[in-house]
Design a protein around this ligand. Structure first.
Ligand code: NAD
Length: 475
């Protein structure tokens, strides 16, 4: 049982002023595994004051000092890999191997990548009679979700530290324990007091208050589009910078020269990573009509390998949904697919065979899905793949772009140049060609209602910088 009873403000663990606690439930066992305090507006005020007071010193710290902090953070995450992975698996239900590799391994590498970036980052440039200077934006508020909890936090904390910003974090209610462990690590490595502050609590209270606060210069939010809109509204009167990483409904397109066996095989993993609870999951598979039967057969025959079960068992590929609410929501989407006339290829309503406890759903695939169906349009955030077919490449592109979202995408073709040309036409922030892997140094973020701004890589660092032009007299 991991009961955390205080908040991390100004380099100390202090009592929270809100009412009650947030219970953390293991979605595989349905047991309570810990709790965190409910922060209040006065806790947010204290954290923002600490961050504001720490800003002058941290924003003028040397590049070497920031690099040392980031390298120490990366090393500390590495040292705690097993503990962090076990905690995230207990909070989120992620299969343990994936927790070690993606949930903990990625933030470890991201922290190090920003230390490396600082070695050569250009803070100043001359443009005619101007000196152009990049400066840290100030105090940042971070609001994060549960699905890749540590990665989403470190994807903000690391570039903010590199930029010279100070910060306050509100983690998700479902998976907050890893954020408390991160605060322990930042404390242990000797990050100066007030640079990083942690206030857990309810989004509608703590999150909105942070977003509206006049002493916060920037809000970086990751979560649902609905909450992102509310954050933007709360932030608007103070004209602070707002970056949003929101939902997705990404297309995975097979061109007519792609290998149907490979497309079917790879489409499952691209949709089901982290049990489908991935914003950039490729959840809409778009294939030539002539390929439909073969791709559906491949998927149906391989889905059994996508074993659902205990996330601590190394053979498990699909964990539970994070919460009962999420299980209900995904189940309702599966029902809507059936009701609206999509063809159920595998899966359906109910728990996977042999499971009675935990917030599981059956890995599900629908074919003959049309753009008027709810399962085509809305983000399901579970292991549900929908397949539509096309007759011409023009139609394929129209289907791919037929979404309010634009976060990620995939293209398959025997001809890489052809896939590249198709990728250029997709209105989305990321595209993988023929299974090209995720790159932590490439900007990540959305077009359309998938968000504003970019995380990771150089572009992710620049989000935390203001730009000043100083003009010299011209002779
Ligand atoms: P959520 O929007 O419910 O919660 C995200 C965070 O926002 C939580 O910390 C929550 O407490 C807070 N919050 C909720 N209401 C708020 C409000 N009114 N004001 C301020 N803060 C508020 O999302 P979730 O269920 O935790 O996460 C799933 C969603 O996140 C999915 O839609 C997914 O696509 C999206 N997501 C996007 C990315 C990305 O990078 N684009 C990454 C992961 C998840």
């Amino acid at each position: 049982m991991m009961r955390r009873d205080s908040l991390y403000i100004n380099g100390e663990w202090v009592e929270a002023n809100g009412d009650g606690v947030i219970e953390v439930v293991n979605p595989a066992t349905e047991e309570t595994i810990g709790s965190v305090p409910v922060g209040s507006q006065s806790d947010v005020d204290a954290a923002i004051t600490a961050a504001r007071d720490a800003f002058p010193a941290w924003s003028s710290s040397s590049i070497e000092e920031r690099m040392e902090v980031l390298n120490k953070l990366s090393a500390a995450i590495k040292e705690s890999t097993e503990e962090l992975a076990q905690t995230i698996t207990a909070e989120v239900g992620t299969p343990i191997g994936y927790s070690r590799m993606a949930m903990v391994g990625t933030p470890r590498v991201v922290a190090r990548s920003y230390a490396k970036m600082l070695e050569s980052f250009e803070w100043e440039e001359e443009v005619r009679n101007s000196l152009i200077i990049k400066e840290p934006i100030g105090v940042c508020a971070f609001i994060t979700p549960w699905n890749f909890p540590l990665h989403q936090i470190v994807g903000k904390v690391a570039p903010a530290l590199a930029a010279g910003c100070t910060m306050i974090l509100k983690p998700s209610k479902e998976a907050p324990l890893n954020a408390f462990m991160l605060a322990d690590l930042l404390d242990e490595i000797g990050l100066p007091s007030g640079v990083f502050n942690l206030v857990s609590g309810h989004g509608s209270e703590v999150g909105e208050y942070m977003s509206s606060h006049p002493d916060v210069d920037m809000v970086s939010f990751t979560g649902s589009t609905g909450a992102g809109v509310r954050v933007s509204q709360a932030a608007a009167p103070t004209v602070k910078r707002v970056t949003l990483e929101l939902g997705g409904k990404s297309a995975n397109v097979a061109l007519d020269d792609a290998d149907p066996q490979l497309v079917g095989k790879m489409a499952i993993g691209a949709c089901y990573q982290n049990s489908g609870q991935t914003c950039s999951a490729l959840t809409r598979l778009i294939i030539p009509k002539s390929m439909n039967d073969e791709v559906c057969e491949v998927i149906a025959s391989r889905i059994a390998r996508y074993t659902a079960g205990d996330p601590l068992d190394d053979s498990t590929r699909c964990g539970p949904m994070v919460s009962e609410r999420q299980q209900t929501s995904v189940t309702e989407y599966i029902q809507s697919g059936i009701d609206e006339g999509a063809k159920l290829v595998v899966g359906g309503i109910g728990m996977p065979d042999g499971l009675e406890t935990g917030f599981f759903v059956k890995p599900t695939v629908f074919a003959e899905v049309t753009p008027d169906m709810t399962i085509w349009q809305e983000e399901i955030f579970g292991p549900v793949l929908v397949i539509a077919t096309y007759e011409s490449e023009e139609e394929a592109l129209a289907l791919a772009n037929d979404s309010i979202y634009g976060l990620s995408g995939g293209v398959w073709s025997a001809d890489e140049e052809r896939a590249m040309a198709f990728a250029r036409g997709m209105r989305t922030g990321q595209v993988s060609i023929n299974g090209g892997p995720f790159n932590i140094s490439a900007p990540f973020g959305g077009y359309k209602m998938s968000g504003n701004g970019r995380e990771l890589g150089l572009h992710g660092l620049e989000e935390f910088l203001e730009i000043k032009s100083i003009q010299r007299p011209v002779e």
